[in-house]
Design a protein around this ligand. Sequence first.
Ligand SMILES: Cc1cc2nc3c(=O)[nH]c(=O)nc-3n(C[C@H](O)[C@H](O)[C@H](O)COP(=O)(O)O)c2cc1C
Length: 179
Amino acid sequence: MSEPALSIGLFYGSTTCYTEMAAEKIQAQLNSLFDEQIVSLHNIQDVSLKNCEDYDIIIFGISTWDFGELQEDWESHWEDVFQLALEDKIVALFGLGDQIGYTDWFQDALGMLHDAIAPSGCTIIGYWPNEGYEFAASKALTQDKSQFVGLSLDDENQYDLTDERIHNWCHQLIEEMGQ
Ligand SMILES: Cc1cc2nc3c(=O)[nH]c(=O)nc-3n(C[C@H](O)[C@H](O)[C@H](O)COP(=O)(O)O)c2cc1C
């Protein structure tokens, strides 16, 4: 069987499996849109982050914990993030958070991950409008505060919107990849 023309590496950390479930949905959606198995999933608990360098297109998934902190596996490998050679890569980010329970820290880890990889010179795609959410503060907003720096999912309060958001974001990614 020939290799697919495009391959995407999706690397995520997930404590209670919500980010993992979203990762699986994103994988299924993109595979179905390309009609090929182009997305490989990697849980960073088991796989070195360095492996993301094998892909031209990378998706990172992260949840926020403990009042604006990184998900534990991302925290364990945080120094590695700054060592990644991402300059020629296209990177998209998504995050899981709780806009009501943690309204002052909504999706902070997504913002921290964005700020950690942005100086590498990678091309970041998949910015996402912040309409339809209610929260007090977030480190995951762009400077003009109109967008999240990646897809923002909240399975605690808006589980019914997750599939639609993933569907729309995957279409957006394909457009921004120029496919
Ligand atoms: C103890 C605890 C602390 C949390 N802290 C935050 C937070 O500071 N900001 C936020 O947006 N969500 C916060 N959340 C919500 C989680 O990000 C959310 O439950 C997410 O879906 C977990 O994803 P995971 O299971 O993939 O790790 C917290 C949840 C728990 C249980």
